[in-house]
Design a protein around this ligand. Sequence first.
Ligand code: NAD
Length: 249
Amino acid sequence: MTDKRVAVITGGASGIGKQTAIKFASKGDQVVVADFNQQLGEETVAQIIKDGGEAIFVKTDVSKYEEVEALVEKTVATYGRIDVMFNNAGIGRVTPVLDQDLKDYHSVINVNQHGVAHGIIAAGKKMRELGIKGVIINTASVFGFLASPGTFAYHASKGAVIMMTKSAALEMSVHGIRVLAVAPGAVDTPIIQGYKDQGMVDQMKSKVMGNKLTLPEQVADTVYLLSLPEASAINGSVVMADEGYASFK
Ligand code: NAD
């Protein structure tokens, strides 16, 4: 057992999750990279180890509670504790609401909403059991506040993340566990790169000063700051990491 913190990052194989895993490891934390993409997840871990950090990969589908519970158990079996749970895995689908394939709707809700609920519950229970005053951070989005065409299920899921964050923070504060959300705007990751509609990406870029996409490293920095003891007064909050997306007209 060491005095290092242990951070679990879901969706750690790519984009924001990958950069967050690298950030925590670079600061000396022990990192558990969880993702259902084994190849890319193992590449994140290999990069961390090459750079002198400590990490393991645990293949996890966050939409299945038993897999998230097993992830938390594996974390504690390996490193002895869990201090930070970053519930970040997510997917996007772009379809007009009335032309929606309901299977897509349910997939988005299963991953983005239920996946976050599973992480909050499994990590929160383990932190309470071990008496750890940990931090749970969830990835919301500006799309949890603002509507945009073609992303009905995504809006539903991110709105739910925001209210689950507040509700869990309220109930878990008695155990000294903080629950927060980070809300990125338009971040340069494969989710956005996969949008076929370049007009939609251009429209998102135009919402921020400088007409650009945010880097995933910038969101990772925000998540890391929120996890620190110096952020102890921040609880139940949704912190915008959107370069003004939701604030500028
Ligand atoms: P990304 O596609 O690079 O990363 C998402 C990761 O989640 C991938 O590694 C993927 O394999 C993993 N994943 C998907 N479903 C999973 C499942 N069921 N179980 C485990 N892992 C799963 O995209 P990203 O932009 O880094 O997305 C990370 C989070 O940020 C998501 O919640 C997304 O909604 C959110 N977000 C992204 C943006 C943006 O502009 N990129 C903006 C706001 C919010």
